[in-house]
Design a protein around this ligand. Structure first.
Ligand SMILES: *Cc1c(COP(=O)(O)O)cnc(C)c1O
Length: 357
């Protein structure tokens, strides 16, 4: 029996996609081999990368002057790749709105002057600083942000207008809402939240920005290396790219990002409405900045939170324990979480509230 999995990542994948992968797992398109056994140089594999790239372009409306790369090392590796590709004068601005943007900022400090120009740490990252009031530095090579904060459950509702290229970690919300790619210099995302199994990371970069990586940038971290080789410079994470391609096909079939976003808003709306009207549960995020992907909530009692997690699991609602930096619970409701999963969670929350009032 399949459970509803509220894990922050790796997380649920669409059932239809898993079934498709299962169906052709032993014999990929008549090759007599599993897709996990095929050489990345085989002519059966090349179309997968090409299709995945073209679907990314179509779904996110990515213009020709951007490259779309499939790389390894996770979003965390990009925390280093960003300065190594872009920090030409040794200075950059960072907005710190959570755990991952803090890590990106810290990684940036290894390579130069990574300046924290705004932060929401004063209120335990429960809001996003007003982007119109931030004084960006004129001598920065780029401005780095994280658009959706996976652990704290916040998201930008408006992106900063910056003179310098805006670099964005979109790991936990890529393909969940429409974004204007042209507003960004670089977008990157680990795939294991909203797109595919762990192992592949997407980098969308404006082509003029990848031309001059720092001399010390390792070959493998140069975006240009991957761009010049169609993401096949070395062995790519073949299976993850294959799965990403199936998920992208699935998203297209559902009507694209606009349609999936409507469903995401609806799911998050149901859950936040219920939380706001309950006497037991609270979500501490400033309403305007609430994430529609990651919904943290608490009962106010550590013991009850623990009981909740345990009983939810027994009811088939798993991996709902909150991150240790926030405590309580966190429901990650990415693209692949069905509406029924959110409704089942709300029903469980109601029952739990009644029994523990
Ligand atoms: C999960 C996550 C990361 C870390 O991703 P890895 O692929 O594990 O390196 C970075 N940023 C955000 C926003 C995330 O949600």
């Amino acid at each position: 029996m399949r459970v509803y999995n509220f894990s922050a990542g790796p997380s649920m994948l669409p059932l239809e996609v898993l079934e498709e992968a299962q169906k052709e797992f032993l014999d990929f398109q008549g090759t007599g081999m599993s897709v996990t056994e095929i050489s990345h140089r085989d002519k059966a594999f090349a179309p997968i990368v090409e299709e995945a790239e073209s679907l990314m372009r179509e779904l996110m409306n990515i213009p020709e002057n951007y490259c779309v790369l499939f790389v390894q090392g996770g979003a965390s590796q990009q925390f280093a790749a960003v300065p190594l590709n872009l920090m030409h004068t040794g200075k950059a601005d960072y907005i710190v709105t959570g755990n991952f943007s803090k890590k990106a900022w810290q990684e940036g400090q290894i390579y130069g002057e990574a300046r924290k120009v705004a932060s929401s740490e004063d209120k335990n990252y429960t809001y996003i600083p007003d982007v119109d009031k931030i004084a960006f530095n004129d001598d920065s090579d780029y401005v780095h942000i994280c658009s959706n904060n996976t652990i704290f459950g916040t998201r930008y509702v408006k992106f900063p207008e910056t003179k310098k290229p805006l670099v964005c970690d979109m790991s936990s919300e890529i393909l969940s809402r429409e974004v204007d790619v042209t507003k960004f210099g670089v977008i990157y995302a680990g795939a294991q939240k909203n797109l595919a199994p762990a192992g592949v990371t997407i980098v969308i970069a404006r082509k003029d920005l990848i031309e001059n990586p720092l001399p010390i940038c390792p070959t493998m971290l140069k975006w240009k290396t991957q761009a010049d080789n169609g993401s096949l410079y070395n062995t790519p994470p073949c299976f993850s790219i294959y799965m990403a391609n199936l998920v992208l096909r699935h998203l297209k079939k559902l009507g694209g990002i606009k349609e999936i976003n409507k469903v995401n808003e609806y799911k998050a709306g149901l859950l936040y409405d219920f939380i706001d009207n309950s006497k037991l549960y609270t979500n501490g995020v400033e309403k305007k900045y609430r994430s529609i992907m990651n919904v943290p909530f608490v009962t106010g009692s550590k013991e009850l939170d623990e009981k909740f997690v345990k009983e939810a699991k027994a009811a088939g609602l798993v991996s709902i324990k909150g991150h240790r930096l926030v405590g309580g619970m966190r429901a990650s409701i990415y693209n692949a979480m069905p509406v029924e999963g959110v409704k089942a969670l709300i029903e469980f929350m109601k029952k739990f509230e009644k029994e523990n009032a």
